[in-house]
Design a protein. Structure first.
Length: 661
């Protein structure tokens, strides 16, 4: 707001230099808010004004600002070009402060690209210039950067030495964030060195500073670091506490990097505390979010390649024209030298005058061509700047759209998860149980359902596979879940065949399938475990259940009819089958996702027979182990089996429920 007012005053005074200074400050404001396209626009405006008035030092600082925008957008090679241009100007001006800053910037680029030796060379040059300026706090910045390289090299003693020097020189409050960064790095070193108590002290010091400034991302990162340190001490309760704090912040602000670390850490915590199901749940979340991060990096690299290619083309044209101009100037200089060397004599002077006249005409024509070429280049530069800004704006728009879509789907996922019964709830009614639930995407078309009728001493369990997966499947699952609640919990109907009859009618009515071409529906198996009469009542729509007794697997088939979709018969009625309880009976309910998965060396479906054989193989094991083995077997099947590490894509949502009665 203040910057906008200052710009208005500068415009009223028509003071170009003041306009440039305020415009640059506006760029800083937008940069602080991560509005990079607006920041870049203001930096380019100020750069052009400074260039127009030949304020070379300000031009160089503007080039650094522009380069920094590209650097934070992961367009490192473009950023390096701007930093190098700024360095050339500071070299001519012999500006030590400017050179120190630009050496730091170039060092950051090399460090980002893993070129540690190059980065160290530039940071040491920066340190040299700052030492001659006798400014301890600027020198501390160079010490901090040099320490960064030694940290990457795991040369911790050298890193600690430079970090301590930096800490000793940071006095001004404006360097509080730098102090926090050093405290965090010291914590990292002592954590690596297994001096966990010292590490936590440094982390807590850094956390205190970032809380003061409400730097939410850094607060989340530090909570994860403290959690990891407590994990290394085998203090899993404290580790979980700090990890959850980090996750809560990450959920609010959509910090993908924080989520990835938190998910992996939570998986390790649950693994160590023998909570295998939860460990696998967080491991799956970690795998999913890692894929998203890799995809985002690929998009960024693609954008960098596109802009880099355009800049290289432009630079090639400029280089060719520059060489042409240099050649022309050299020719003219040579011709002038020849004229001077010619001795006296009127005839010679006359010839020389004619020669100079013709040469001058040629020079004028050449200059006109060069002026036009220069104008063409400037026009192309303007066009290139517009293209660069357009790419960044487009990236920002895509990122915002993706964030909104991802946020909406994440919210839908939370709603769907809240709708599902907790897997632990099954243990209230069964000797042992597991629910192996592996959606293909964040939201699922498969779902499971559980309810108890106290009056009839029945537990009703359903495994449901809705049409489609992802968002369309999830919408159908919401419909199915809602009607199951209504039929069983409100209308108190517990007979599986009657439940399916009513579910079919309600789905068709809700989707108006009598009148339109919507054929969506669901396949379902539903069991009512009747403890009073020691029987299982079963009904199914296009799906079966398996039970195993005395090492023999029995398949009970459902009706070959869907819930919802096309109905050609006058009335659809599902059948009920009765299965008596038997000692050590193990019951399995499932969707078709597991057996339809492609994999193996031949990239074939897993198939029903192999699924049956595997259940027979593992059915005597504890349910927690069965869950683990089903997951492991599924992932191994997806692997190509050729040592490449490549896997077949998961083609559908997967659901398997195991119950020991």
């Amino acid at each position: 707001e203040y910057a906008a007012q200052a710009l208005q005053l500068a415009l009223e005074k028509n003071d170009s230099i003041e306009i440039a200074i305020v415009t640059n400050y506006l760029g800083d404001c937008y940069f602080g808010r991560k509005a990079y396209s607006l920041a870049l626009d203001n930096y380019f405006k100020s750069y052009k004004i400074f260039q127009q008035f030949d304020r070379q030092k300000d031009v160089a600082f503007s080039l650094i600002d522009i380069g920094t925008i590209y650097f934070v957008q992961s367009l490192s090679s473009i950023a390096l070009g701007y930093f190098e241009s700024a360095k050339e100007i500071f070299d001519v001006l012999q500006d030590k402060e400017g050179l120190a800053l630009v050496y730091d910037k170039i060092g950051y680029v090399h460090l980002e690209q893993g070129e540690e030796d190059e980065a160290l060379k530039y940071f040491i040059n920066s340190h040299y210039f700052r030492k001659s300026l006798h400014d301890p706090e600027l020198l501390a910045l160079s010490n901090q950067n040099i320490a960064e390289v030694y940290l990457e090299r795991e040369e911790f003693e050298k890193a600690i030495s430079f970090l301590n020097d930096a800490l000793a020189n940071f006095k001004d409050d404006k360097y509080q964030v730098n102090i926090a960064d050093i405290e965090m790095k010291m914590g990292d070193i002592y954590n690596y060195d297994e001096k966990y108590i010292t590490a936590i002290i440094y982390y807590q010091n850094a956390l205190k500073i970032h809380k003061k400034f409400e730097h939410q991302h850094e607060i989340a990162l530090l909570n994860n670091r403290i959690a990891a340190t407590y994990f290394n001490q085998n203090n899993y309760s404290k580790s979980k506490e700090y990890c959850i704090t980090a996750l809560n912040i990450a959920y609010v602000y959509e910090y993908v990097d924080v989520k990835a670390v938190s998910y992996l850490l939570m998986a390790k915590i649950f693994e160590q505390t023998k909570k295998i199901k939860k460990a696998f749940e967080f491991q799956k979340r970690y795998a999913s979010i890692t894929d998203s991060i890799i995809e985002a990096k690929q998009i960024s690299q693609s954008a960098e390649m596109q802009v880099s290619y355009e800049i290289q083309q432009q630079e090639t044209e400029i280089e060719i024209l520059t060489k042409d101009k240099e050649l022309n100037n050299a020719t003219i200089a040579k011709q002038q030298a020849m004229g001077i060397a010619i001795g006296g004599g009127a005839i010679f002077l006359l010839f020389f005058a004619i020669f100079l006249y013709r040469s001058n005409l040629h020079k004028q024509r050449t200059n006109k061509i060069l002026i036009q070429q220069k104008k063409d280049i400037e026009d192309k530069n303007v066009e290139l700047e517009i293209q660069q800004k357009a790419i960044i704006e487009q990236n920002e728009k895509i990122q915002k759209i993706n964030e909104k879509i991802t946020g909406s789907i994440s919210y839908a996922s939370r709603i769907q998860k809240a709708m599902l019964p907790k897997p632990e709830a099954f243990n209230d009614y069964f000797k042992e149980s597991f629910v192996f639930f592996k959606p293909r995407e964040k939201v699922s078309g498969d779902f499971y359902w559980l309810s108890k009728s106290d009056e009839e001493e029945k537990v009703i369990v359903a495994a449901v596979d809705c049409t489609g997966h992802g968002v369309p499947g999830a919408l159908m699952s919401m419909i199915g879940n809602s009607y199951l609640d209504q039929i069983v919990n409100n209308q108190l109907i517990t007979a599986p065949d009657m439940i399916l009859n009513l579910l079919h009618i309600n789905v068709r009515l809700s989707l108006n399938q009598e009148k339109n071409q919507v054929h969506d529906g669901m396949d379902i198996t539903i069991c009512a475990i009747d403890y009073k009469n020691s029987i299982i009542e079963f009904a199914g729509a296009r799906n079966s259940i398996y039970y195993i007794v005395n090492d023999e697997l029995t398949q009970i088939r459902g009706d070959v009819m869907d819930i919802g979709g096309v109905q050609r018969e006058k009335e659809r009625k599902f059948s009920k089958q009765i299965i008596p309880f038997q000692k050590d009976m193990v019951l399995y309910m499932f969707s078709d996702g597991y057996q339809d998965q492609f994999g193996g060396k031949s990239r074939q479906k897993y198939m029903r027979k192999q699924f049956k054989d595997y259940l027979l193989k593992i059915h005597k094991l504890p349910m927690d182990e069965q869950y683990y083995l089903l997951d492991q077997n599924f992932e191994e099947w997806r692997d190509y089996g050729d040592g490449s590490g490549n896997k077949c894509d998961q083609i559908d949502d997967v659901l398997v429920i195991g119950l020991k009665l």
